[in-house]
Design a binder for this molecule. Structure first.
Ligand code: ADP
Ligand code: MG
Length: 240
C-alpha cells in the first residue's frame, strides 16, 4: 500500500531522511518510534506528499508519486492524515468541519456530505456533537472529530503523527480506542506514537528511527521486550 525506496529528504544541508526503505502492506498497523528530530514527521509528510523527496521514490498503491506525470491530488485523497494539533476550523461547527472538504474536493452535495459526516461521527462516538463548535469540545473529542473528518474522505490508509501527544493523560485512551477500532476493521495505518502499549497491542510492526535511518523493526512485542540495536535499547530504557 505504501512503499518508500531509498527515500532521502534534505532541508538545505540538513539531511533528515538518509535512505529509508519501507513497505506497508494492506491492513498493517505500522508504528514508528524514535527520538525527537529523528525524521518521523518528515517521513509521514513525505508519504503524504506534503514534502517532496530529495531522492528515492514513494509509491502509493503502486503509483509512483515522485513521477511528474502522476496526479498527486488524486493519490493524496486516498491518504487520511491526523496530526498532533487537531487543526479543526474554529469558526465551523463539527458538521461544517466534516463536510467542507467533502464538498470541495469530493464534490458531494450538502445532504450526502452531511449524511457521511454523521456516519463517521457515529464511528468515533460523537454523534451528538454534530452541531458543537471545536472550542466547546475536549482535546480528546477534537482529535476524534479530526479522525472522523479524515474518514469522510474514504481513505485507503491513515497516517497518524503523534495523535495523542497534545492531550491530557486522561483523554488519551478515548483516541487510542478509536484508532484500535479502525485497526480492527482492517484500516492500513502508519502511526508515529509514544504510546508503547498501543504499539504492543495494536501494532503489526514496530519501527525504531534514529538520525534519519530505520535502525530496527519487527514484531512490536519482540522489539519492546528485547531490542537488538544499542540505540533502541537506550531509547526504550528512557521512555519505558
Ligand atoms: P521528528 O518528527 O522525528 O521529531 P522531524 O521529521 O520533525 O523529526 O524533524 C527532523 C529534522 O528535520 C529536524 O532537524 C527539523 O529541524 C528538520 N525539519 C523538519 N521540517 C523542516 C522544514 N520544513 N524545514 C527545515 N527543516 C525541517
Ligand atoms: Mg514529529
Amino acid at each position: 500500500m505504501i512503499e518508500a525506496q531509498g527515500l532521502v529528504k534534505a532541508f538545505g544541508d540538513n539531511v533528515v531522511l538518509k535512505g529509508i526503505d519501507l513497505t506497508v502492506y494492506t491492513g498493517e498497523v505500522v508504528c514508528i518510534i524514535g527520538p525527537s528530530g529523528s525524521g518521523k514527521s518528515t517521513l509521514l509528510r513525505s508519504v503524504n506528499l506534503l514534502e517532496e523527496p530529495t531522492d528515492g521514490r514513494v509509491l502509493i498503491e503502486g503509483i509512483d508519486v515522485t513521477d511528474p506525470e502522476t496526479d498527486i491530488d488524486r493519490v493524496r485523497q486516498r491518504i487520511g492524515m491526523v496530526f498532533q494539533s487537531f487543526n479543526l476550523f474554529p469558526h465551523l461547527s463539527v458538521l461544517g468541519n466534516l463536510t467542507v472538504a467533502q464538498r470541495r474536493v469530493k464534490k458531494r452535495g450538502k445532504e450526502e456530505a452531511e449524511q457521511i459526516a454523521r456516519e463517521m461521527l457515529e464511528r468515533v462516538g460523537l454523534a451528538e456533537k454534530a452541531d458543537a463548535f471545536p472550542s466547546h469540545l475536549s482535546g480528546g473529542q477534537q482529535q476524534r472529530v479530526a479522525i472522523a473528518r479524515a474518514l469522510c474522505m474514504n481513505p485507503d490508509m491513515m497516517l497518524f503523527d503523534e495523535p495523542t501527544s497534545a492531550l491530557d493523560p486522561e483523554l488519551v485512551g478515548e483516541v487510542l480506542q478509536v484508532m484500535r477500532t479502525l485497526a480492527d476493521e482492517g484500516m492500513t495505518m502508519l502511526v508515529v506514537t509514544h504510546e508503547m502499549g498501543f504499539a504492543r497491542e495494536v501494532g503489526s510492526r514496530l519501527i525504531f528511527m534514529d538520525g534519519g535511518h530505520i535502525l530496527e523493526q519487527g514484531d512490536p512485542r519482540e522489539v519492546l521486550a528485547s531490542p537488538q540495536h544499542p540505540r533502541t535499547q537506550d531509547f526504550l530504557s528512557r521512555v519505558l
